[in-house]
Design a protein around this ligand. Structure first.
Ligand SMILES: [Fe+2]
Ligand SMILES: [Fe+2]
Length: 263
């Protein structure tokens, strides 16, 4: 089977289990093109993307309320599901990207599928089911800006996943504070994988930017409003995670200085 056919099934299938089927190790990449850029994923009826106003999610502090925990886990799962689909999207959109880039995207996709399954287990432990709450399309709504592989990693790896280094720490702390060690361990695992995903974006932006561009300028030039440095971090700031991902000190310093709620 070709990577392209696998990626198309992940994006377009309306069946969750099909989206979560891991890529076979034997996938080939002999016919990666032509490029296609789907603007929305296939979804089961109960996971149709709705307007953000119709899918409000409690903050991490809501973890202390037993009734809110499955809602929070459902929202975290939805972020992971969009990541699965958008890494598959990148395989459809960028057939001419270097083979190592495409293999790296496929490896991340596999980990994102594992994250969905891990959150699904915790959701079910609280009596929830996938599809019990409406879901947003926060990542999908930005695909118009993903013009090149470098734009893609600036948005996915260096903005969304970068911010998730902080969000996961906040949610793990919230889970631990109410004694839910099992959920906290799942979130820790997602955090550790996310370090690798941010590192992937950093490496490829380094390789794809112009030689005389700084990494900060290269990043800023490839994200479009509403994406901005303030959305690449959470309320707390995990400097260590970013060091582990290989980000240079100046980039980390600038991110830390970006006001989370400022434009
Ligand atoms: Fe993930
Ligand atoms: Fe990720």
């Amino acid at each position: 089977m070709e990577i392209r056919a696998f990626a198309a099934s992940v994006v377009h299938s309306g069946d969750l289990d099909e989206k979560l089927r891991p890529p076979p190790r034997s996938l080939t990449d002999e016919c990666p093109g032509p490029a296609t850029r789907p603007t929305a994923p296939g979804r089961p009826n109960d996971l149709r993307i709705v307007d953000a106003r119709d899918a409000r999610v409690p903050p991490a502090a809501g973890f202390c309320d037993l009734a809110q925990r499955p809602r929070i886990l459902h929202a975290l799962l939805n972020h992971e599901l969009q990541a699965v689909e958008l890494f598959a999207w990148a395989l459809l959109a960028f057939p001419d990207a270097p083979p190592d880039f495409r293999r790296g995207v496929l490896d991340i996709l596999r980990e994102e599928q594992a994250h969905v399954r891990l959150y699904r287990r915790r959701l079910e432990a609280y009596g929830g089911q996938v599809g019990d709450w409406p879901v947003t399309g926060y990542f999908w709504n930005k695909v118009d800006g993903f013009a090149t592989p470098a734009h893609f990693v600036c948005a996915m790896s260096l903005t969304f996943e970068n911010a998730n280094l902080d969000h996961t720490e906040e949610y793990a702390t919230a889970a631990r504070s109410v004694g839910d060690e099992e959920t906290a361990a799942v979130i820790d695992r997602v955090h550790d994988d996310e370090v690798g995903h941010v590192a992937f974006g950093w490496r490829w932006l380094s390789a794809m930017k112009a030689p005389d561009e700084t990494m900060w300028d290269a990043y800023r030039a490839r994200i479009a409003w509403p994406l901005r440095p303030a959305l690449a971090r959470g309320r707390a700031f995990d400097a260590t995670g970013r060091e582990r991902a290989g980000l240079e000190p100046e980039f980390i310093r600038r991110l830390e200085a970006a006001e989370r709620d400022a434009s």
